[in-house]
Design a protein around this ligand. Structure first.
Ligand SMILES: Cc1ncc(C[n+]2csc(CCOP(=O)(O)OP(=O)(O)O)c2C)c(N)n1
Ligand SMILES: [Mg+2]
Length: 683
């Protein structure tokens, strides 16, 4: 009888997906139909997940990297009766995904948006849809478990031993980020990681013969993975054996290649590209239901015994495992109260007490230091105070100065997973995708590289912003200040493009003390990713007894220097290295009797969060003579300088030359700024 119950449950997943896509008149029915048995075997027989508490810290993670197959996940969340969690991490008792949500698939307000979205739907571990990201995230989640285990587990207290499962398709396999991530996962021997590859030979344009004929198994064996095959996606026992093989592999990640038939059971659409992304049509649905032995005219049918089946399967197992873990944690709390408190804070994205103690303040110094160097000092203090701040660079730690150098910081390596310095290799895309996975694991991750190569990281950065997770990016070598490396390494349009990402906080501090304040702001973010943009070259440390305190950075922009008396005639505004340039121009103009204000503007986004009154006090509407100075694309500055204003920025790529010559060539000298100001004042 159980065989029938399995089949009935699998067909419930299939028909819910078919019906939801048909009703929405858009979506992807074929892959949920094909993968229903795969996901069912995993969820019912193996997954350690408590539907009553989908954020239990040691739950197994399930990632649907082929996010277009979202109805597969929504059906599972509904049938397993996963409960909703509110933003305060409280479970609400109600279902995360109701049958009505499924009936409103892809409609405004439904918990079932087109692609799975973390934060919208409890039980969705990460937002997927951009192919390759989910599997990239899964590496971060797996890596995160190793780190958490080193930090929290004690003899007799195996608090963290969860596994990470990711289902992926041909598209995920083709995207480079999956290769980067898999390479690193193999190198690190993350044996808690299992990818299940839906080898259906179909993508949007048709057969994979068009563009994808590589030997995936060989490739993954080359990465150091354990590779196994399931020749029939409908064979639950084969699937269970393959998953067992994963569980018994302790020295490497596992790839299970599953041969499946997209649109399984639909007589005219199975194995076709049409099954990928179009509703099947009422007639075809009826025929597929007939093939499943399903009532042909029933819609959104969930037999009672199927609900009971999930309750007795994943529901019962998850509840027991979770209860066992909670009992263990109760004892842990008594034996290791500090660590237990750390875990509570991590889960709520809270900082430890004293997280900001010892933050450096820097004395005035006309020569100064590069903001990457001041950041190195601040980061090392913060990281000592916040044990779960971990990260690394894409092979650029010596250049980005992001290495944690204090005693005990250590390196995260295969077989030695307690270190806090990660080594991503030259894989910017995977790095940021992995950072998302780490952040979803709730440790506080940072990743570093050259600002120019933020372009290689944009897809996961964008997803961090969509998911509202506080990933930290440290981007150095932020302008033509790079000098001799030339235009390939000199960012121009990167600042504007990062500022264009909704929710991403971009900070470009002007000197060492602004760097300290920037880290103070970044560490307190709980729902926004932040990009800290730093210079390679030295920046003068401004004399804060003469100019305003760097604490103004907390408001995004602040009046750094002002007219000696009365209202300013002109405002100079800048970020980063150009702030001290504006200060030089200010001193000269002030000596000439001009009334000038300098506004340091390290973060547009934070400034935009301030009250209209504060913004008006910094940039009064009545002062229309305004000049912005930034070694970057001028795009976006018009909103601050207005019609009468001017922007001194980059209109072309840079060039390879010593910095001094570049500054002259591109007009970033005190004389050029003073000249522009005089011209404007003469009008
Ligand atoms: C990065 C990215 N590029 C393109 C797309 C558009 N897209 C969505 S699904 C898909 C085909 C995916 O094929 P496969 O992974 O084999 O999925 P299947 O049809 O087998 O479910 C494409 C190109 C996307 N979602 N993400
Ligand atoms: Mg495919």
């Amino acid at each position: 009888m159980n065989g029938n119950l399995d089949q009935l449950s699998i067909n419930t997943i299939r028909t819910l997906a078919m019906d939801a896509v048909q009703k929405a008149n858009s979506g992807h029915p074929g892959t949920p139909m094909a993968l229903a048995p795969v996901a069912y075997a995993l969820w019912q027989r193996l997954l350690r997940f408590d539907p009553d508490d989908p954020i239990w810290p040691n739950r197994d993670r399930f990632v649907l990297s082929n996010g277009h197959a979202s109805m597969l996940l929504y059906s599972l969340l509904h049938l397993a009766e996963v409960k909703a969690v509110d933003p305060n991490y409280e479970t609400l008792g109600q279902l995360s995904v109701t049958l009505d949500d499924i009936k409103n698939f892809r409609q405004l307000g439904s918990k079932c948006p087109g692609h799975p979205e973390y934060r919208i739907t409890s039980g969705v571990e990460t937002t997927t849809g951009p192919l390759g990201q989910g599997v990239g995230n899964s590496v971060g989640m797996a890596l995160g478990r190793y780190w958490l285990a080193e930090y929290f587990n004690k003899p007799g207290y195996e608090l963290f031993d969860y596994n990470v499962y990711a289902i992926c398709g041909d598209g995920d396999m083709m995207e480079g980020v999956s290769g980067e991530s898999a390479s690193l996962a193999g190198h690190l021997k993350l044996s808690n990681l299992c990818w299940i590859y839906d080898n259906n030979h179909i993508t949007i344009e048709g057969s994979t013969k068009l563009a994808f004929t590589e030997d995936v198994a060989s490739r993954f064996m080359g990465y150091g993975w354990n590779v196994t095959r399931v020749g029939d996606a409908n064979d639950l026992d084969l699937l269970t054996n393959a998953l067992g093989c994963f569980l018994n592999t302790h020295d490497r990640p596992t790839l299970i290649i599953v041969d499946s038939h997209i649109g399984y059971g639909a007589p005219h659409k199975q194995d076709t590209r049409e099954a990928h992304g179009e509703p099947l049509g009422e007639d075809e649905i009826r025929l597929a239901k007939r093939a499943y032995g399903w009532p042909e005219d029933a819609k959104f049918l969930v037999p009672d015994e199927v609900r009971a089946n999930f309750r007795n399967g994943i529901g019962k197992r998850g509840k027991e495992l979770h209860a066992g873990w909670e009992a263990l944690f109760e004892r842990y709390k008594k034996d290791f109260p500090d660590r237990a408190d750390d875990l509570r804070r991590i889960q709520r994205r809270e900082l430890p007490d004293g997280w900001d103690k010892g933050l450096p303040s820097f004395p005035a110094d006309p020569k100064g230091l590069a903001s990457r160097d001041s950041s190195a000092q601040v980061l090392n203090v913060v990281a000592r105070n916040v044990p779960w701040l971990i990260g690394g660079a894409a092979d650029l730690a010596p250049s980005t100065k992001t290495r944690l150098t204090f005693e005990g910081a250590g390196d995260f390596e295969a077989g030695s997973y307690g270190g806090r310095n990660l080594h991503f290799g030259i894989r910017e895309h995977a790095m940021c995708s992995i950072l998302n996975g780490l952040s979803l694991t709730k440790v506080r991750p940072f990743g570093a590289g050259f600002l120019i190569f933020s372009d290689y990281s944009r897809p996961p950065m964008r997803l961090a912003a969509i998911m509202e997770i506080p990933v930290i990016y440290v981007f150095t070598h932020d302008s033509i200040g790079v000098g001799e490396d030339g235009p390939t390494h000199q960012p121009v349009e990167q600042l504007a493009s990062l500022r264009a990402v909704p929710g991403l906080i971009v900070l470009r501090p002007a000197d060492a003390n602004e760097v300290t304040e920037a880290w103070r702001v970044i560490m307190q973010l709980r729902h926004e990713p932040a990009a800290l943009v730093l210079s390679r070259q030295a920046l003068p440390t401004l004399d804060r007894s003469k100019y305003a305190s760097a604490a103004g950075l907390g408001k995004g922009a602040y009046v750094l220097a002002d007219a000696q008396t009365g209202k300013p005639e002109l405002i100079l505004m800048a970020t980063g290295s150009e702030v001290s340039l504006c200060i030089s121009a200010y001193e000269q103009l002030t000596a000439e009797g001009r009334k000038v204000r300098v506004v340091s503007m390290p973060s547009w986004e934070i400034f935009e969060h301030q009250t209209p009154e504060y913004r008006e006090s910094v940039l009064p509407g009545s002062v229309t003579r305004r000049i912005a100075v930034e070694q970057a694309s001028t795009m976006g500055w018009a909103q601050y300088v207005g019609h009468a204003g001017r922007v001194i920025g980059m209109k072309t790529f840079g060039a390879s030359a010593p910095l001094k010559e570049l500054l002259k060539k591109f007009g970033f000298t005190p004389d050029a700024v003073v000249g522009a100001a005089r011209e404007m004042l003469a009008k």
